[in-house]
Ligand binder design. Structure first.
Ligand SMILES: [Zn+2]
Length: 216
């Protein structure tokens, strides 16, 4: 299942997205503080014709003229914008170490851009994903479970809800930079990652203070 980084499936089925925020990752994915994600499209396959895929515009169609996954993602957004279809749904996994992927939750693909990247010197796709607010835990269970890291990871929809509730500020001091999602009752003591009531925003300072056992 986890062979390709992006796999479209027509709603109401979930497609699959693999992302990485690690330094040196092949694509420029980014996670925003409000729980949303910008996910970069994928390159042409390496071939004799394209020995360096990183210098070629990311393709919407393949040689045979059929939509690539980039194209399927983009087309689903266009249908959604025109009111012809609901947004495509995805289960998003994040790479934390080689061979280790953790489940971030269910997301909706609601926007995209095909734009010039000055850093890369070519056109790339950027797909915008919003957390799906699914309070029924069963509906966002991953294909693979039994992984402790999955339970520890705070799903995107919880991040979005907590960020909004705490107004993007540390609950102790109001700081708006370097925020962390903190388990009020620690995960190691049975605290839930999927209950927004157990998650709060803390700044780096208050997060460290708590971790050291001095505070809240
Ligand atoms: Zn603080």
């Amino acid at each position: 299942m986890l062979q390709r980084g992006m796999q479209f499936r027509a709603p109401p089925a979930h497609g699959i997205i693999l992302m990485s925020l690690r330094p040196g990752a092949p694509y420029a994915d980014s996670a925003n503080a409000d729980g949303t994600i910008w996910y970069e499209g994928h390159d042409v396959p390496r071939s004799v014709e394209h020995p360096n895929p990183k210098v070629v515009d990311q393709p919407r169609t393949n040689r045979a003229g059929r939509l690539t996954e980039n194209g399927k993602f983009a087309e689903s957004v266009e249908k959604y914008r025109e009111g012809l279809a609901p947004p495509a749904r995805f289960h998003v996994y994040e790479k934390v170490r080689d061979g280790i992927w953790v489940f971030r939750g269910a997301y909706l693909l609601t926007d995209y851009r095909f734009e010039w990247s000055t850093r890369e010197g070519r056109n790339v796709f950027r797909f915008f994903l919003e957390p799906a607010f699914e309070t029924d835990k069963a509906s966002w269970m991953p294909e693979r479970s039994g992984d402790v890291e999955f339970e520890r990871r705070i799903p995107g929809w919880v991040q979005a809800l907590v960020y909004k509730r705490d107004r993007g500020r540390c609950v102790k001091c109001g700081e708006t930079k370097n925020l962390h999602f903190d388990h009020i009752l620690p995960f190691s003591k049975g605290g839930s990652s999927s209950d927004p009531e157990n998650i709060q925003l803390l700044c780096a300072h208050h997060n460290l203070e708590k971790g050291a056992g001095f505070g809240g």
